[in-house]
Design a protein around this ligand. Structure first.
Ligand SMILES: [Zn+2]
Length: 458
């Protein structure tokens, strides 16, 4: 039997979210159907409805699901896959399994709230998450996993804790699924592993057409915002995503305090999800880069300094406003479309001495975006709130590679690559990157559309 492999783009083609790819192989006398990621489609009600549509393949026919990392747009439909009949195994690195469980339960909670009063049940329930955990096996980076005639290895993507690129070997050919690629050098994580010998690559392209502010610039801006706000005696509010962004901010704020670059004001992490994720980060400290591991070894651990307070309970959270206004509050959600940050925004947006720092992507229609666009008053939990606080955006915190770094990553395998499939980006970004890979590296590059199947020559 001649070996065969195809990839079908069921999600994450022509869009950033909803990653879902099917790798079908025939080799060594066995045939496999392997899914890579099963993420939630995000981006407004019209798109989100698509999550409830049946999968375009039979989940019962899938042998295994490999998960690149724990972000919602990569794990958010695993529960539905199980409800619809998936009976195989799920594989990821150990931190990804633990982060995914928290993210899946958190997303279920959000869905239950949103669907209250409607007759539509959520995509999955708690028992589906428990079932997923029971069928979920883990392997650290570089330890091979065998599924029939296919071998898989997780390689460090440097995007969030435990994030992986997945390298499949089929009949001696290497096929790499990049997942999301980290913006290296990152404060906490090692750089994205160098890959030099793959035959086929399916890659992300969130920033396929743009570069980021440099790290130094970002730190300089953050230091300035903290100093200004504390000098005025105000509160600094930072709506932050729970995975990586919160931990990255804590690490950088701790460093600034240790170097006496900013005042020693209280720092509150006011998000139960971010607090739980931070615990996973501490548990897997040996996944950090050598610099952070050294800090961890020498001191009393990362994310641990006298000014830092984790306010998990509602009572502790409510007590934050009775503290002196000179403080930093990090809370979810990252786009202010829910979560405890709303309580702080209601309290401090009317205060001209306070600052709202936007350190992440703000989707059109979210409260974060409305504030970013300069609204003078906003409606929060049914009340109109005047905006007198300063609103600042820092873009350099992205956990994704910018365009130049994406091209450089691909260039490492220039010699062996037969085809690059560009996905997980808006069409404009993906097509721009395709052009760069063709023009600058002379590679065969394509941006497949939803449902497209690509045959790989083995
Ligand atoms: Zn991600």
């Amino acid at each position: 039997m001649k070996p065969k492999a195809t990839i079908t783009f069921y999600g994450g083609a022509g869009s950033v979210t909803g990653a879902n790819f099917l790798l079908e192989t025939e080799s060594n006398g066995s045939s496999e159907r392997i899914l890579i990621d099963c993420g939630l489609i995000q981006g407004g009600a019209i798109y989100e409805k698509l999550n409830f549509e049946p999968f375009a393949y039979d989940p019962g026919s899938i042998d295994a699901v490999f998960i690149t990392h724990g972000h919602l747009d990569h794990v958010g439909r695993i529960g539905k896959l199980i409800q619809d009949g998936f009976k195989g195994k799920i594989y990821s690195t150990p931190p990804t399994k633990e982060i995914a469980e928290l993210i899946m339960l958190d997303s279920l909670g959000v869905m239950e709230k949103e669907l209250r009063g409607s007759d539509r049940p959520p995509l999955y329930d708690e028992s589906d998450v428990a079932t997923a955990m029971g069928m979920w096996e883990t392997a650290p980076y570089h330890e091979p996993v065998t599924v029939g005639g296919v071998q898989a290895v997780f390689r460090d993507a440097g995007h969030v804790l435990g994030s992986a690129m997945i390298e499949f070997t089929v009949a001696g050919r290497k096929i790499l699924f990049s997942g999301d690629l980290g913006n290296s050098p990152a404060p906490l994580l090692p750089p994205t592993e160098k890959i030099t010998d793959i035959d086929y690559l399916l890659m992300e392209s969130v920033y396929g057409d743009r570069n980021h502010e440099q790290n130094e610039e970002r730190l300089h801006l953050l230091r300035g915002v903290i100093k200004d706000t504390m000098n005025k005696g105000g509160t600094l509010m930072i709506p932050a995503f729970s995975v990586e962004r919160t931990q990255q901010l804590l690490f950088e704020i701790e460093n600034m305090m240790e170097r006496s670059e900013i005042s020693l004001v209280p720092v509150f992490v006011d998000s139960p999800l971010a607090i739980k994720v931070t615990r996973i980060y501490k548990k897997y400290y040996y996944y950090f880069n050598s610099n952070v591991r050294e800090v961890h070894r020498l001191g009393d651990g990362v994310f641990h300094f006298p000014q830092l307070h984790f306010t998990e309970s509602t009572e502790l959270s409510k007590a934050i406003k009775y503290q002196s206004p000179r403080k930093i509050v990090i809370a979810g959600s990252g786009m202010s479309n829910g979560g405890r940050i709303l309580h702080h925004e209601k309290e401090y947006l009317p205060d001209p001495n306070s600052t709202l720092l936007l350190a992440g992507y703000q989707a059109v229609g979210s409260l974060g975006r409305i504030l970013q666009d300069g609204a003078k008053k906003v409606k929060i939990m049914g009340t109109w709130v005047p905006v007198r606080a300063t609103v600042v955006t820092i873009t350099g915190f992205s956990a994704h590679k910018g365009s130049d770094d994406l091209v450089e990553f691909v260039a490492d395998s220039e010699r062996t690559l037969k085809k690059v499939m560009v996905a997980m980006g808006e069409p404009k970004s993906s097509l721009f990157l395709v052009q760069r890979l063709r023009g600058e590296l002379g590679l065969q590059a394509v941006a497949p559309t939803g449902g497209e199947k690509i045959v790989l020559e083995l």
